[in-house]
Design a protein around this ligand. Structure first.
Ligand code: PEP
Ligand code: MN
Length: 353
């Protein structure tokens, strides 16, 4: 049940709804509605007399199962990662190596991705590898290198956390906590992240439906953390030519269902360096709020995922052309005359030259 409460309602109203939920043994979570008021998502039905409380604007008994993630409670969300907003209309690029290899190489890559237009540094310290014999990441040493790179370049950092017991440790170093595709349905991890004070990047499981993905986001929101960003990173297809298929359908589809920002990862979504640039632009054209891209100064020597890793120079081009595509599409969406659209096309050519 969703209970909408007006901005000027007395504090006793929210308190009464929350204690009614507790009395009925139902979970409840309060979320700002983005318009000054609040909504309380209750995991079940309360008696209809709560409608009589002062300031209750309405009660919705029929709603999406992912009620806190849905557009039914608020129109949009902007998630802050350090001082970088995601979801405010300007696409954000997160970039860096698949795995952190050493302090020196990470700091070198960090400078390069910042110069190429990234505003968040990525790098894995705990790596979910398909083979137990593959490099598993540097662990806490990697987190220390990440913190050193942040100090060196002044960008916030995102890194993966794989287990509930690692959440405090990773949160003490990182500005954003990544849930990998293989852990999207690790519910104990999601619940723990719901109690963390850092924003979460929730990658889509590579065989997960959109509803399953949004339900995983709901676990984090329902446990009290409102700062969730979704990341489409490719799903399993039948063609061995691609490691995964970047499913860009979900970008506009999620925008029709959820207020959460969504970014696109064309590195894992293609598995192939030569495809990353075009699919990054396609992701932005589809309406993504940002990109996550694997970058290494010498991709062929990367310890992990080299085949899908691009150079800082490639990233600079994606940044330049990506922003132009974003601006052109936003303007074309609001243009009414064909003449305005051809003027925009000229601007686009000038911007990408
Ligand atoms: C990664 O970002 O390096 C990663 C392991 O991604 P995914 O969980 O999407 O495979
Ligand atoms: Mn990777």
């Amino acid at each position: 049940m969703i209970v909408a409460i007006a901005a000027d309602s007395p504090a006793s109203t929210s308190a009464a709804v929350l204690s009614a939920a507790t009395a009925h043994g139902l979970a409840a979570q309060t979320v700002p509605d983005g318009r000054g008021g609040t909504v309380i998502g209750v995991g079940g039905s309360l008696p209809p007399d709560i409608l009589d409380l002062p300031g209750v604007n309405g009660v919705r008994a029929i709603h999406k199962p992912y009620m806190l993630a849905s557009l039914e409670i608020r129109p949009a969300s902007t998630v802050m990662v350090g001082d970088v907003p995601i979801g405010n209309g300007t696409p954000v690029i997160m970039a860096g190596p698949c795995s952190i290899e050493s302090r020196e190489s990470l700091i070198e890559t960090a400078h390069a991705v910042k110069a190429a237009g990234a505003s968040i540094l990525r790098g894995g310290a705990f790596k979910p590898r398909t083979s137990p014999y593959s490099f598993q990441g540097l662990g806490e040493d990697g987190l220390k290198h990440l913190a050193a790179a942040r100090a060196a370049i002044g960008l916030p950092v995102v890194t993966e956390v794989m287990e509930p017991d690692q959440v405090e440790l990773v949160a003490s170093y990182a500005d954003m906590l990544q849930v990998g595709s293989r852990n999207m349905a690790n519910f104990p991890l999601l619940k723990k992240l719901g109690r963390a004070a850092k924003p979460v990047l929730l990658k889509r499981g590579f065989s997960a439906t959109v509803e399953e993905w949004l339900m995983s986001a709901e676990y984090i929101l329902a446990s009290g953390n409102p700062n969730v960003v979704l990341c489409e990173r490719g799903i399993r297809g039948f063609d061995a030519m691609f490691r995964f298929n970047l499913d860009l359908n979900v970008v506009p589809a999620v925008k029709e269902l959820s207020h959460l920002p969504i970014i696109v990862d064309p590195s894992h979504g293609t598995g192939k360096r030569s495809l990353v640039g075009r699919m990054a632009l396609a992701g932005l054209a589809a309406g993504a709020d940002g990109l996550m891209i694997e970058v290494h100064p010498d991709p062929d020597r990367a310890m992990c995922d080299g085949a899908q890793t691009i150079t800082p120079a490639d990233l600079a081009r994606i940044h330049r052309t990506g922003l132009a595509v974003h601006v052109a599409i936003a303007a074309a969406d609001s243009a009414e005359e064909p003449a305005e659209i051809s003027l925009l096309a000229n601007d686009l050519v000038a911007l990408t030259a």
